[in-house]
Every structure is written in C-alpha cells, then in structure tokens.
Design a protein around this ligand. Structure first.
Ligand SMILES: Nc1nc2c(ncn2[C@@H]2O[C@H](COP(=O)(O)OP(=O)(O)OP(=O)(O)O)[C@@H](O)[C@H]2O)c(=O)[nH]1
Ligand SMILES: [Mg+2]
Length: 452
C-alpha cells in the first residue's frame, strides 16, 4: 500500500550535492559568526554532519491513547521492537523508529554518543530523559525515506508536570525544531484538549508550517456525531493555534481494523490519500527544508550578533558592571528597537525577549565581542550567492511546490525578489531571490508564476 514511500526513498544525486554544499557553507561561512557571538549558548547547538544527513523525520504528538503508536504500525504495515499499544497510557518513552537491516533497540544513553546519529544534543536533558528515549530499528522499506518519532501521550495534571522527571516540553521543542512534519492526533471519540496538551501545542507554535492535524478514530462515531466533533475541534484549535488561516484537519481511522460505522468510508479513504501524499513529498522536499532552515538560522545568527555586540558596547570599562548588566537586560526591548531601526530588521526576526533575558542573566557581558562587520558580510554573501547556487541544484519539481503559496502570501506585504518576463507570450513573474514569509523564510529560485 505504501509503495510510493519506497520509491521516494531513493535519494537523487542532486539532493546529495545540495546537502554537501550546505555542510560546506555552514562550516566555512556561518559557523565562524556563531562561534564569535556564542550563538550556541543562546539558541541552538552547533550543527554536526548528521544534522545535515538525517532523513526527514515525522513527529507524532497527542494525548494518551489517541492512536499514535497504532498510526506508526499502520504506516509500516508491521510492528517495531518495543511497540506497546493499549487503551491505557502505554508508550512511556520517546521512540525514534529508524531504518536498519538489523532489527533491535538502541537505548538513549548509547544513542546520544553515536556520532552517526543526530541525537547528540539530547544528552542535555539528563539521565531521567535518556532512560526514556530509544531508537527502534526496523528493516521496513517505508523507513528508507523517512524516520518516525513516537512520543509518550500527554497526560493531564500532576502526572504530566511532575512525574516525568525531565523537561518534556523542552524535549518536544527540540524535536519540533528538527523534524519535517509534526502530526497532532486527536481522538474523535473522546475529544478534549487538556491544559497540558494545550501547553504542548503552544510550544510547537513557531513551527505551524510543519503541523498537520489528524482527527483519528473517526470510525467509532456516526456521521452526525462526526460533524459535531469536527466543529468542536475546529473551535478549540482556533483558540490554541491562533493563526488567521483555518487548520487543515485530516479525518480518518489509521488502523487496520474494520470500521465500526461504515458511512464515512469514502471520506476516510480520500483523507488518507491526501495525508499520505503530503508525507510522500517529504523526502523530496527535505533538501529544500534544510536550505530553508539554514537561511532562518543565518538570519537569527546575524540578529544575535547585533544584539550581543550592542550589549558589549554599552558596558562600562571599569565600575558599575553588574548594575549596568541588570539595567541592559531590563531594557532589552529598547536595544531590540534600536537594532530594528538601524539595521532595518523586521521584529519577527528577533529572538523571544523573555528567553533571551533569562539566558543573558547567566553571561558575562564583558566577554562579549564587539561588532566584526567582516563576519556578517561573509554571511550576507552566503545568503546572496551560495544559497542561490545550491537552490539551482534542487530539481525544478520541488521549486514548483513552494511557488504556489507564494501568490497567496504576497498579500501580506512580504517580498518577492524577481523580474517580470514573458513566457510563451504570457506575462510571468520569474522569481530569482529570497521570499520572506511572516515567520518563516521560503527561498525560491527560478520559479515562474503566471500573472492572472
Ligand atoms: N477505533 C479505533 N481505535 C483505535 C484506532 N487507533 C488506535 N486505536 C486504539 O486506541 C488505543 C490506543 O492506541 P495507541 O496506539 O496505544 O495510542 P497512543 O496514542 O500511542 O497512546 P499512548 O502511547 O498511551 O500515548 C488502542 O486500544 C488502539 O487499539 C482507530 O483508528 N480506531
Ligand atoms: Mg503509544
């Protein structure tokens, strides 16, 4: 049934070249800027080879018993080592389900020291987490193209907040930042969004472009109830996600058992097709996403350099350092404003103020470096030329995938760098540069959009 995933699993040479190119420009052009301004202490750790090489990952998130583990089983058409399915809270750990000829389980502590895997930074969440983290390897053809991460169901109240013993939301955020898709599962038969789940969704908010929502177990209810549950879910989601667009919800029953109510069979089949088509595009789009992520990272690294060097400039050389530091942290908003004005950077590009203030409190401002324009110029040049060169290597098909939302988003005053031209006598917009969406960056090159 999932033969398409198998086909997509074979990587093309051009995508390999893009990944190699990204590694090189990261190491030679962006990393020096990150190191100079301690970017890794503030935002995200240094990227290693496996971060670039990793297959696209899908993260499953939901309250307990919404069918996350069953969903994976359905996708793989088989079980994986360590699988547990049941009506009570069952999965008690994060499980990365990955391809390997040899089936087995690699425990968390061994995973984070494996230089070939991308999980090394997870060691910062401590032993309590590592004991609850594992990799299950399966020789499933589906996993040749993607990896899937199963998570413990989100519980309510104390059980979620205290009993876990590690920073659950922090781990979720770590994965959310790195995965290609986040599938949020809801149980149509028992629709309820607990405060804890709401908080987890909020932690994923910065990645809303990756989120897909599944109203699972819809086979348990009839068509009338389904309409009501669907409406209730949309109403609740609107409050939690706070995006102006309406979320796309895939309705279905992702398991291999007969449906209890058959009235909606056709709907479920169509929805499944749509969702799987979306997942099918992941291996192809992964190169584009990695490129995109590097652009995002470079822009944040630049803003970070401006902030840190500005703080350095404000520090007195002899007396009153502690007092000044406190004052600067308190008035960080003014520094943001100043940089925004002087460097013409949009407010959405700045790091979260509260988080930045907390991290700054633990740093010695006198050790910060002052502005080194050369480092920034190298990154600008990387964004302007190297990225465009790599972009051109990505097969045209993928470029076209992102040209569609472009037209919609231009209404929000975002920038498309391009030229008007005629193709077969029809006026077209030929996109040659960077396109900035409100929170994310999509880089497009060589696409041609017909003007209506
Ligand atoms: N009716 C119906 N039941 C389902 C479906 N998917 C899963 N189930 C049942 O729901 C229960 C929970 O499934 P799991 O896959 O363990 O759910 P989970 O989200 O992984 O749960 P935790 O690991 O505890 O968070 C099991 O009894 C499954 O058999 C579905 O599509 N329809
Ligand atoms: Mg489970």
């Amino acid at each position: 049934m999932f033969s398409w995933l198998r086909r997509e699993g074979e990587k093309s040479d051009s995508i390999d070249n893009v990944v190699e190119g990204l590694k090189k420009i990261y190491k030679t052009k962006l990393l020096p800027l990150e190191l100079h301004y301690q970017f890794h202490d503030f935002h995200s750790p240094q990227l290693e080879e496996p971060d670039f090489d990793a297959k696209p990952m899908i993260l499953l998130v939901g309250q307990y018993s919404t069918g996350k583990t069953t969903f994976i089983k359905y996708l793989l058409e088989r079980e994986f080592p360590g699988i547990r399915i049941g009506p009570e809270p069952t999965t008690d750990r994060f499980i990365a389900v990955m391809y390997d000829e040899k089936e087995g389980i690699i425990p968390g502590n061994a995973l984070v020291v494996d230089p070939k895997k991308q999980f090394r930074p997870l060691s910062k969440f401590g032993n309590a987490f590592l004991n609850r983290f594992q990799c299950s390897t399966v020789a499933s053809p589906v996993l040749r193209g993607i990896s899937i991460v199963d998570t413990p169901g989100i519980l309510s109240g104390e059980k979620q907040r205290v009993d876990r013993g590690y920073d659950f939301t922090g781990v979720l955020e770590w994965f959310a930042e790195r995965v290609d898709r986040i599938i949020l599962l809801f149980d149509a038969h028992k629709l309820d969004i607990s405060d804890e789940f709401r908080r987890s969704i909020e932690a994923l908010r910065g990645h809303d472009d990756k989120i897909r929502i599944v109203l699972n177990k819809a086979d348990m209810i009839d068509h009338q109830q389904l309409m009501r549950v669907y409406g209730a879910l949309m109403w609740s989601l609107g409050k939690v996600l706070q995006t102006p667009e309406v979320a796309r919800v895939y309705i279905g029953s992702f398991w291999d058992q007969p449906l209890r109510y058959d009235v909606n069979r056709r709907l479920f089949e169509d929805e499944e097709q749509d969702l799987f088509r979306d997942m099918q595009s992941l291996p192809r789009n992964a190169a584009l996403r990695k490129l995109n992520d590097l652009i995002k990272r470079a822009r944040l690294a630049k803003v970070h350099a401006y902030i840190v060097s500005e703080l350095r400039k404000e520090m007195p050389s002899v007396f009153g350092k502690d007092y000044k530091k406190k004052e600067l942290i308190k008035n960080l908003g003014q520094i943001y404003d100043r940089i925004q004005r002087e460097q013409q950077i949009s407010p959405g590009d700045f790091p979260d103020m509260k988080k930045m203030q907390e991290t700054l409190a633990n740093h010695d401002f006198t050790k910060f470096h002052s502005l080194k324009p050369r480092l920034l110029e190298v990154v600008d040049q990387m964004l302007a030329t190297d990225i465009a060169r790599l972009m051109a290597l990505i097969p045209q098909e993928e470029v076209n995938i992102v040209t569609e939302p472009l037209i919609k988003e231009t209404r929000n005053n975002d920038a498309v760098l391009g030229t008007y031209d005629y193709i077969k006598d029809k006026p077209c917009l030929v996109i040659t540069g960077i396109y900035l969406m409100r929170q994310r960056n999509v880089f497009v090159s060589g696409g041609a959009l017909r003007i209506a």
